[in-house]
Design a binder for this molecule. Structure first.
Ligand code: LLP
Length: 429
């Protein structure tokens, strides 16, 4: 599943004890495993090999330059959603011809930047956006390719904040509007509209919603062909799960076994498949290291107050997301047998793991059975590689944390901890 393991009671990332990282760079710190990133990427690539898809890593989930560079070197394209992400992915050396660009609110400046870089595919989300894109392509003399993002109206059975493919979503256009969309724009002189894009939500822990949406997308592609609009690209978006708990998510091969048979003969007839995986690659490739500042009792509850909070990792408070938390150094009898909501071991104590912010909603883990904690203990918050650092903020004027990349027995800082001067550098008194 990943390269974070206990050895004699010490948590290691690959061959580096995370305690050594904390000692060297302090906390809070995001620690990523290069080997895990690579193995998650290659497992997906191998599982979907019969379709030879373009795997566009979803930059929004973990966008550090070193991470993007490593994935680009493995052959990943990039799924980008803003000018900033285009800038970043280019700075990391990724090839813009392998970028797909989604987002409901692309500004003129962002579209111009994307056109300038010659990105591979615009995933267009509305009629007005298409018209604007065509206008800018014409003005700048840079023709481009586009796919229409459709809502297959499939329930991905995930959190309402990350459900995207339902009819009432702000993303894409309803499936029924797609044919009319192609009639209106399918022969545009500046933008070649030749693709269909969908992204049903994330994380999606079963294959059924993918099956349903692929079936609907193929029916649409057939309707479009009959109407004289050949589609050559199907972008299925992202959303594959991650193991926030041990063995929670289907394997890459299980998603592939469900999806590949539906698409094989289409691919043989020239359809190009794109996938936009994010979380399934990065989530378990990263942990957040945080130090316990204080332990206190309030009423009948025990609080471990840490130096990381919702400013560092927003997911628990924003989505009620479960992240497994455990001390990085424990007695061997307290090494967790698996990552799960309920761990049964002797001597555990019900604990609230909270951050330093002035917010009651500032927590990392609620109501957890944990080994008794003390001031200075180092905690690992697991599965924090996706939507961790990228959603971090400076709330309460806490500088952003350090990011570290481990490769084998070495580690290096891939983002320096911010200083107090960084906090105010763009402000003018
Ligand atoms: N493609 C599109 C068009 C997307 O909107 C997303 C994610 C992805 C791909 C990548 O999805 P993934 O494979 O990573 O599940 N902040 C939330 C997740 C928001 C996802 C937004 N879109 C979280 O922390 O769970």
């Amino acid at each position: 599943m990943d390269d974070f393991r206990y050895l004699h009671g010490s948590l290691y990332c690959e061959s580096v004890a995370v305690q050594d990282i904390a000692r060297a760079v302090g906390t809070p710190t995001y620690v990523y495993s290069g080997a895990t990133l690579e193995s998650h990427f290659t497992k997906l690539r191998d599982a979907f090999a019969p379709l030879s898809p373009l795997l566009c890593y979803s930059v929004k989930c973990c966008s550090n330059l070193a991470i993007l560079k490593r994935l680009a070197q493995l052959g990943a394209g990039m799924d980008v959603v803003s000018g900033g992400e285009i800038f970043r992915a280019c700075a990391a050396g990724a090839d813009p011809r392998h970028f797909v660009y989604a987002g409901v609110g692309k500004s003129d400046a962002e579209i111009r930047l994307a056109l300038e870089h010659g990105i591979g595919l615009f995933n267009v989300e509305s009629e007005m956006e298409f018209e604007n894109l065509s206008r800018l392509a014409h003005e700048t003399g840079t023709p481009a390719r586009a796919a229409l993002r459709v809502n297959p109206d499939v329930d991905p059975k995930t959190h309402r904040h990350t459900t995207t493919g339902k009819r009432e979503s702000k993303f894409g256009v309803d499936l029924e509007r797609a044919v009319a969309f192609f009639h209106a724009y399918g022969r545009d002189p500046h933008i070649a509209l030749r693709g269909i894009h969908l992204h049903i939500g994330s994380p999606v822990y079963s294959t059924a919603p993918y099956l349903q949406s692929v079936v609907k997308a193929l029916a649409l592609i057939d309707d479009l062909a009959r109407a004289g609009f050949p589609v050559d690209t199907l972008d299925l978006g992202g959303g594959f799960g991650a193991d926030y708990e041990s063995d929670q998510t289907p394997l890459a091969t299980e998603y592939a076994n469900a999806i590949v048979p539906l698409l094989c003969d289409r691919v043989a007839r020239g359809l190009r498949i794109i996938l936009e995986p994010g979380r399934t690659i990065a989530a378990n490739a990263g942990i957040l290291l945080t130090k316990v500042e204080y332990v206190k009792r309030s009423g009948d509850r025990t609080f471990a107050i840490c130096d990381a909070g919702m400013n560092t990792l927003l997911r628990p408070s924003h989505y009620d997301a479960f992240h497994f938390v455990w001390p990085a150094e424990v007695d061997v009898s307290l090494v967790p047998p698996r990552r799960a909501r309920e761990i049964i071991l002797p001597g555990l104590q019900r604990t609230e793991v909270v951050g330093p912010l002035c917010e009651t909603g500032d927590f990392l883990a609620q109501d957890r059975m944990l080994p008794p904690l003390d001031r200075g203990d180092l905690l690992a918050v697991y599965s924090a590689g996706a939507y961790g650092m990228t959603m971090a903020s400076r709330y309460n004027s806490h500088p952003l944390p350090t990011e570290v990349l481990v490769e084998g027995s070495t580690f290096r800082v891939i983002r320096e901890r911010e200083s107090y001067s960084d906090l105010i550098q763009h402000e003018r008194a």
